[in-house]
Design a protein around this ligand. Structure first.
Ligand code: SF4
Ligand code: SF4
Length: 223
């Protein structure tokens, strides 16, 4: 990793740390302002929120670092399985949207009453489970469960800037793919516009030759 590229990851860590401190000490920006710039930023740059701002995302990154520090075994889901597993979060997003629609149809009380008193325990349990899983797998919550990430990801396929691989020079050593916390096969992708990309730029930082760059995305060719 070159000095310039490793600086990007140090900067990302610092930004994550500031937002984590903001959550702990209650000085995070009003969610109204965050949601105002969210969609335009996704359409321009992709889902940077997940890679740089989200505290749950940051906590998983740090659990992964801890796992490595403790020399725990790391599990990399093979691409042939990841292809299907990564759809899980979209299925959860669909289920959640349908659940909310049912709630609206039946009246807000039914759905809320069904879960009354259990939601907080359930959410805490899910977060703890995924954080512990993060000791062994990169970003398991983001990869397979996060409905917010799924929603943002769907918009991000329209983004204007993305990651371009120099296909002429790259010899597909696979370092970028192995580094990607979202298990995207960067080494076999010309332009990363994958809806699961969280804009962490780890792939760019990891390429030993600097063959990955943030560039204007080409227009899709008509078949
Ligand atoms: S790390 Fe760089 S050289 Fe290796 S496959 Fe990725 S883009 Fe190509
Ligand atoms: S493709 Fe690159 S920027 Fe996107 S999630 Fe993977 S490592 Fe991060």
């Amino acid at each position: 990793m070159s000095k310039k590229r490793s600086k990007i990851q140090v900067l990302r860590f610092l930004v994550q740390a500031v937002f984590m401190a903001g959550l702990i000490f209650s000085f995070t920006p009003n969610s109204k302002y965050v949601s105002q710039w969210m969609l335009p930023s996704i359409l321009l740059l992709g889902v940077f929120f997940c890679g740089w701002v989200c505290q749950l995302g940051a906590a998983q990154d740090w659990m992964a670092k801890l796992g490595r520090l403790l020399h725990l075994p790391r599990v990399r889901v093979p691409q042939s399985i990841q292809r299907y597993l990564q759809l899980l979060r979209y299925a959860f997003y669909l289920a959640l949207t349908m659940g909310l629609a049912i709630e609206l149809l039946q009246g807000p009380k039914n759905y809320a009453m069904m879960w009354h008193g259990h939601l907080l325990t359930l959410a805490t349990g899910i977060i703890i489970f995924f954080l512990l899983l993060g000791l062994f797998i990169d970003r398991p919550f983001c990869n397979y469960f996060c409905t917010g990430g799924a929603r943002q990801g769907l918009f991000s396929v329209l983004r204007i800037f993305g990651i371009k691989r120099d296909t002429e020079k790259c010899r597909q050593c696979g370092t970028c793919t192995r580094t990607c916390p979202m298990n995207i096969d960067v080494a076999h992708t010309d332009f990363v516009r994958h809806p699961n990309c969280i804009g962490c730029l780890s792939c760019i930082s990891s390429c030993p030759k600097g063959y990955l760059k943030y560039r204007l995305m080409p227009r899709r060719k008509k078949k």
